[in-house]
Design a protein. Structure first.
Length: 213
């Protein structure tokens, strides 16, 4: 199964992608995670991406398109993959379609996680993540058993640098301008499924499963 998760920052794409990965045993391909790792490793890519990520702007299309092309050609993606955070612009979506066509593949489902701006701000300002395993927590809705410690791997939880109010607002603005038009793009292709991303993580997951089964 090849799946795209769409939705604004804070919609729960990462959380749902991890659950889908477990369920279907296919990799989660998150451009955000790849870029954050590159920043952490201080690679040339990371140095280039950091200045955009810190202010909530998109990293240039050619950079992320290159990353994705390389990633989906790897052996573990042969049985499918979940794209989380890509595509984020029409150009990225067009290049993805081109690449998949060249590979003789198609996307099976595009799931759009719908959530309003107020909820996004609440979710992101209270969110902490584990830099080691990617586990995600929220101070109210999903607190870790031990404060500041990842339930999954025992890593030290941290708040993402771009999860502050000013940057969140910028990310939402960029989403509306550059990413929201993708809904129309995929609607025209006939594979857009909309999921109301409100309620518990498990409730949202069962709605997602209904859409992709
Ligand atoms: P995310 O973890 O998906 O919220 O992404 C965090 C940041 O990484 C975004 O605010 C962008 O700066 C950058 N990023 C992630 N995915 C993309 C993408 N597909 N295109 C451009 N920039 C991206």
């Amino acid at each position: 199964m090849r799946l795209i998760l769409l939705g604004p920052p804070g919609a729960g794409k990462g959380t749902q992608a991890k659950m889908l990965k477990e369920k279907f045993q296919i990799p989660q391909v998150s451009t955000g995670d790849i870029l954050r790792q590159a920043v952490k490793d201080n690679t040339e890519l990371g140095i280039q991406a950091k200045s955009f990520m810190d202010v909530g702007q998109l990293v240039p299309d050619d950079v992320v398109i290159g990353l994705i092309k390389e990633r989906i050609k790897q052996a573990d993606c042969e049985t499918g993959f979940i794209l989380d955070g890509f595509p984020r612009t029409i150009v990225q979506a067009e290049k993805l379609s081109e690449t998949l066509t060249e590979m003789g593949l198609t996307i099976d489902n595009v799931v759009d996680l719908e959530v309003d701006a107020e909820e996004v701000i609440n979710r992101l300002t209270g969110r902490s993540t584990c830099p080691d395993c990617g586990g995600m927590f929220h101070e109210e809705s999903r607190p870790p058993k031990v404060p500041g410690v990842c339930d999954g791997c025992g890593g030290t939880l941290a708040q993402r640098q771009d999860d502050n109010k000013d940057t969140i607002l910028k990310r939402l603005e960029v989403y509306q301008e550059s990413t929201a038009p993708l809904k129309q793009f995929y609607k025209k292709q006939g594979n857009l499924k909309t999921v109301i991303a409100r309620g518990s993580v498990e409730e949202i997951f069962s709605r997602v499963l209904e859409m992709v089964k």
